[in-house]
Design a protein around this ligand. Sequence first.
Ligand SMILES: C[S@@+](CC[C@H](N)C(=O)[O-])C[C@H]1O[C@@H](n2cnc3c(N)ncnc32)[C@H](O)[C@@H]1O
Length: 484
Amino acid sequence: MKSFSEVLGPILYNTFRPLKKLPFTEKILRSGYYELMAFLRFSEHRLRSLGKTDNLDFRAYKQSQQAWPVAFGGAQNAEELCALFDRLGVRCVQGGHTIYLPPQEKLTAVLGDMVAAFPPDAGYKILKNFAAPDEAVYLFSGVTRARSAEKMTGPLSTQEAAASALYALGIGPKLYGLTELQSKEQRYSCFVVRHVAGAVPTLAEYDRFMRILQQHIEKKYFSLTSISGLQDEDFLDKPGCNGNLIREANSDELLYVDFQQFLPETNRILADVVEAARQDLHFGDTHLHHGKKKSLYQAIPGAGHAGKRDTSMRWPTIREMLAAAERPLHGRVVLDICCNAGLMSALALNAGASWVLGWDLPKVIVHSRRILALLGANRTQLFPAQLGPEYELKKDIPAWITPHLEGAVVFYLAAWHHVGLIRDLANIPWQTMVFESHQNETVDSLRETFSELMQLWQAELHSSREIADESGKRTLAIFLRKTT
Ligand SMILES: C[S@@+](CC[C@H](N)C(=O)[O-])C[C@H]1O[C@@H](n2cnc3c(N)ncnc32)[C@H](O)[C@@H]1O
């Protein structure tokens, strides 16, 4: 069904078109029309998002925003900043609204410690409107346009959601995060994205991509910020969409690297992604049923999907136990063994964890990647794996993150019956483990498992607690690595 603006737009446009020919009226009519349409489209987008959340708070799963000190400052505007990067030998590409720094050797000289905190394939998109993420507007204010166009793109969280949605739908690269850069003089907003290197697509590939986009728009996964929709000049520029559509060299995927054109309906996408995942995300010997449907293991917010475990209910206890052990998650890497849909990983990122490495079965991980992106939990790398006691976790861990593993936290939640005790954890320098038993296991019944675990990984039991929900009692325990 067409929205109000989609019906009203052409009627108004055609009614007033004849007046365009009269002197002075064209500009007034045009900006009035655009202002009105932009207002209507954005209001509709807001209205559609209302009332879509359920009792699980979506925001609890969004990753914390990081702030990084940077070694540049003093530049008054984008031109000066680019000139400064040039002088320092750092390659930058100026777009309409952003300054993009692709991956390159000298990045640390300007971006400091942030560079080591992201994968080496990260590119950095700094907004030309210099301001912190909470205050910045994506569209560069140095260009004249209808004021409503700025409102249309919404706050930066909308672009964050748009980039994540493109990734979840397989048509955009991963967004690692939106960060604040802080110099002595200035605050900046920076999107950290996976850099896409490749070629201009063929016309046939362009057509294929546009059809996919059209389908997503019909399913109401997105609306477009531009009033001209798919007739916008970027989409009409065949086949490369003004450099935004790239066929990636090593994956052959067609990826759209700009995201400010899209207003995502994240709840709608999430609901469909979860529906498609239901069969794989379920886990257990017996199937719980909600109506005739298999239930998920982890409840997923936003999409209204109940699960066997409401992860947010065990979370306060885990955080209390970590606080009592003086092991906050902030700034630490988390290794989530048997991560399932990744909801516990997301909660950890929300609590300030710097990065999550997660493992689960291949059929599960395809869904977890998309779900985590839609929740806004993107500082992640997930590994499809058939885990078992002899599995070599270390082989999966990328070299760039190895220096950050010191002091890592391991989540071993409702996992040990499935994968045993993975020996290789002895070779990773984690310090803290959050262990959760399976149903109806107590510290007493786990005595043998705990002593094997402590010996295998050189760890000590710090504390334990029983928790319960409608499906029974379980034991949570914190283990700390013995210092040598
Ligand atoms: C009971 S769920 C626990 C999920 C999550 N840790 C939590 O507590 O919310 C067990 C998970 O282990 C995964 N799993 C089972 N066997 C596995 C294996 N051999 N390798 C990797 N993952 C496995 C399942 O796919 C499922 O996501």
